[in-house]
Design a protein. Structure first.
Length: 134
C-alpha cells in the first residue's frame, strides 16, 4: 500500500493588518514539503497553498478583510490516483489536529475545504495518501 505523509510547518500563514495602516499588509503564503512514499517519487514535492482570497468586508473575520475557502494541493504523482487521502491542520500553540477533508485522489491536484477553521491560526498542515493507487 502506498503511504504519503506531508506534515510539518508548510509555510502557511495569514498576516493580520495593522490598525494604523490604510492598506492591508497581510499575505497568503504557501509552501512545499518533500515526501517519500510508494506513490510519490523521491525528491518530488507536494505543494500546498490557500485558494484565491475573497474580500469579505463586514464579515465575521475581524482580523483581515480577506478569507480563503480551501487548501489546494498540487504536484501529486499520477501513481497516487485512486488512493484515499485525509487532510488535517493544527493551530499554533495546540497539540491536537483537526481533520478538514477525506476522499479519493482523482488527479494530480486536490482541494480541501477549510470550513469553520480559521486559516490565520494554521501552524501545520498534513496530507496522507494511502491505499493502492495506480
Amino acid at each position: 500500500p502506498a503511504v504519503l505523509i506531508v506534515a510539518g510547518l508548510a509555510g502557511l500563514g495569514l498576516a493580520a493588518a495593522s490598525e494604523r495602516d490604510l492598506n492591508w499588509n497581510g499575505t497568503f503564503q504557501a509552501g512545499t514539503v518533500p515526501v517519500a512514499a510508494d506513490c510519490q517519487a523521491d525528491g518530488e514535492t507536494v505543494a500546498v497553498a490557500f485558494s484565491e482570497p475573497t474580500f469579505t468586508a463586514g464579515g465575521a473575520n475581524t482580523e483581515t478583510p480577506w478569507t480563503v475557502a480551501e487548501l489546494e494541493f498540487s504536484n501529486i504523482s499520477e501513481a497516487c490516483v485512486g488512493g484515499s487521502y485525509e487532510v488535517a491542520v493544527r493551530d499554533a500553540g495546540t497539540t491536537s489536529w483537526t481533520k478538514l477533508a477525506s476522499g479519493t485522489i482523482n488527479g494530480t491536484t486536490l482541494t480541501a475545504p477549510i470550513g469553520a477553521a480559521n486559516p490565520q491560526n494554521f501552524d501545520e498542515v498534513a496530507l496522507t495518501i494511502h491505499g493502492t493507487g495506480n
